[in-house]
Ligand binder design. Structure first.
Ligand code: GAR
Length: 200
């Protein structure tokens, strides 16, 4: 049986990438085919190399337009024919063309309980607003920023005023929920059907 192939896009540390590697590196069904970063110094590239996963750095600044950058991205992705493109801290907005090409096969993780706190600095916003709860969301990507049908959410009570500790707690949640959602999609238990999340 052919493995279910993941392509993972990153921009930074890659702790979510690491959680996905740890979960699936000995899995016969799920394979991480490639990792692509738009940042040269992203530690996630080292994590990919250490796990013997093909990895690429594509500098968006080398391309005149978003479209040119994405054409390069797509050409690498298509050489692997991924079943799922996983955004794991990939901090570039993707165009409608890219999103439509991978609709239903493109997921993102965001460190907030969406629809609350789209964009950046979500942990700070939670503390500034004295929120009782904080959490993470995994969603299929559509053409809205940090939007799209929600696959899963996980939340914790906010029990600290320390920004770094809160971020650390949220990362721990991410590292559990993201591999779980990927597992469900790969096993056909979760999909996007006519714009809605379908669980079987
Ligand atoms: C994660 O917290 C992820 O949710 C966030 O970037 C971080 C990447 O960490 N993504 C977004 O904010 C997307 N809007 P990592 O590089 O250690 O996985």
């Amino acid at each position: 049986m052919n493995p279910f192939k993941l392509a993972i896009l990153i921009s930074g540390n890659g702790s979510n990438l690491q959680a996905i590697i740890d979960k699936f590196q000995n899995d016969k069904l799920i394979e991480i085919s490639c990792v692509i970063s738009n940042k040269k110094d992203a530690f996630g590239l080292t994590r990919a190399s250490n796990a013997n996963i093909d990895n690429y750095f594509i500098d968006h600044k080398d391309y005149q337009s978003r479209q040119d950058f994405e054409s390069k991205l797509i050409s690498i992705l298509e050489s692997y024919k991924p079943d799922l493109v996983v955004l794991a801290g990939f901090m570039r907005i993707l165009s409608e063309v890219f999103v439509n090409k991978y609709l239903g096969k493109l997921i993102n993780i965001h460190p907030s309980l969406l629809p609350k706190y789209k964009g950046l600095e979500t942990h700070k916003k939670v503390l500034d607003n004295n929120d009782k709860y904080h959490g993470v969301t995994v969603h299929f990507v559509d053409n809205t920023l940090d939007g799209g049908p929600i696959c899963a959410q996980s939340k914790i009570p906010v029990e600290t005023r320390d920004l770094e500790k809160l971020e650390e707690d949220i990362h721990k949640l991410e590292h559990i929920i993201y591999p779980e959602v990927i597992y469900e999609i790969a096993h056909g238990k979760l999909s996007l059907e006519e714009g809605k999340v379908r669980r079987t």
